[in-house]
Design a protein around this ligand. Structure first.
Ligand code: PBG
Length: 341
């Protein structure tokens, strides 16, 4: 019956004109079902201990590793550009095996909050990969063959509390141990930080797209160990069940935001989650995805700003409330210029 109707409509040649709603910039605006705003965007920032001068990433244009001093200027510039949400990655110059020291991170959080107060919403990544001697996201057993879940969770919760005490607005655990959301939520609540939110990297995949980030953070796992990669704790790209269950579990443990990471290869997970939970979803357009666009743009094969806007649109369409992107600081200018692309 449906097929029959379609045939008739094709003949009549009016029902199938999909181009009417594409015909002008104005009508395209009116027909749009999603709107990206620079207010949806979160800017990652990297601060390295002992760094004398800020350096630009080799592979990600406009992305810098800041010094303790230069990050304040960077944030001031970003605020002027309309960015007021940040995700901090501290890079300490000491590496540890068991007894971790988080003083550098807490110092950076304190100085940012002291200078900018509530003008800046500051989330801090919580993971041990920039802290461990071997580059894994947590503590390993003696034989260095697996990650020790319980020990790692305890250290992460302690780290999260120190960040909250320093003024962080949000704790963003990216380590992928089990039970860390519950442990962090409990500790924060017990210590009187119930107002600090948790953004869980809940559906984080073992991905090939983290390369430029690991280059910046010096956080690649040591290849000489038996445990060569993060496959025993990050999610297998083939395992839809794991991605769903990990996110749903973190929601139950008290996460305020869930996250899907990387972005483009995993939009199906985002859509599926958006149909299952009533919790804001964040998507992380990761370093390798960002660098890929840079490379195309260098060859004049893509318009960088329009490409990012197209991607951000796809993230919102798939169900994201917020987007972590290295191009957040360009968002307002780009979106104003390319309101119709
Ligand atoms: C730390 C962490 C990683 C990223 C964010 N937090 C790297 C990893 O898991 O190896 C990747 C971000 C990016 O590639 O932009 N665990």
């Amino acid at each position: 019956m449906g097929l029959l109707n379609l045939k008739i409509d094709l003949k009549m040649n009016f029902y199938m004109n999909q181009r009417r709603l594409r015909a002008s910039a104005q009508i395209r605006d009116l027909a749009a079902t999603v709107l990206v705003s620079h207010r949806d965007l979160i800017q990652p920032i990297f601060v390295e201990e002992g760094l004398l001068q800020r350096v630009e990433s080799r592979t990600m244009s406009g992305v810098f590793t800041d010094t303790e001093g230069s990050v304040l200027q960077q944030i001031a510039n970003d605020l002027a550009q309309g960015v007021n949400k940040f995700l901090l990655f501290p890079i300490p110059n000491q590496r540890f095996e068991y007894n971790f020291n988080f003083e550098f991170a807490t110092k950076v959080v304190q100085s940012i909050k002291k200078k900018f107060g509530d003008a800046v919403w500051l989330a801090c990544d919580v993971c041990l990969c920039s802290y461990t001697v071997h580059g894994h996201c947590g503590v390993l057993n003696e034989e260095k063959t697996r990650m020790e879940n319980a020990k790692t969770v305890k250290i992460l919760a302690d780290y999260a509390l120190q960040l909250a005490q320093s003024g962080a607005d949000c704790i963003a655990p990216s380590d992928m141990t089990d039970g860390r959301i519950k442990a962090i939520r409990n500790l924060l609540d017990t210590e009187g930080y119930d107002f600090v939110s948790i953004m869980s990297y809940s559906s984080k995949f073992s991905s090939n797209f983290y390369g430029p980030f690991r280059d910046v953070c010096k956080s690649s796992p040591d290849k000489s160990l038996k445990l060569k990669n993060r496959k025993t704790y990050q999610i297998d790209p083939r395992n839809l069940h794991d991605a769903m269950r990990s996110s749903l579990r973190d929601a139950e443990e008290g996460a305020d935001f869930l996250m899907v990471k990387p972005a483009l290869p995993y939009l199906d997970i985002l859509t599926r989650l958006s149909q299952k939970v009533d919790i804001p979803l964040v998507i992380y357009h990761v370093s390798g995805e960002y660098a890929a666009i840079d490379l195309l743009a260098k060859e004049n094969l893509i318009e960088k700003s329009a490409a990012h806007i197209e991607l951000w649109t796809s993230f919102k369409r798939a169900g994201a409330s917020a987007i972590i992107t290295y191009a957040a600081r360009n968002g307002k200018t780009w979106l104003e210029t390319y309101s119709d692309f």
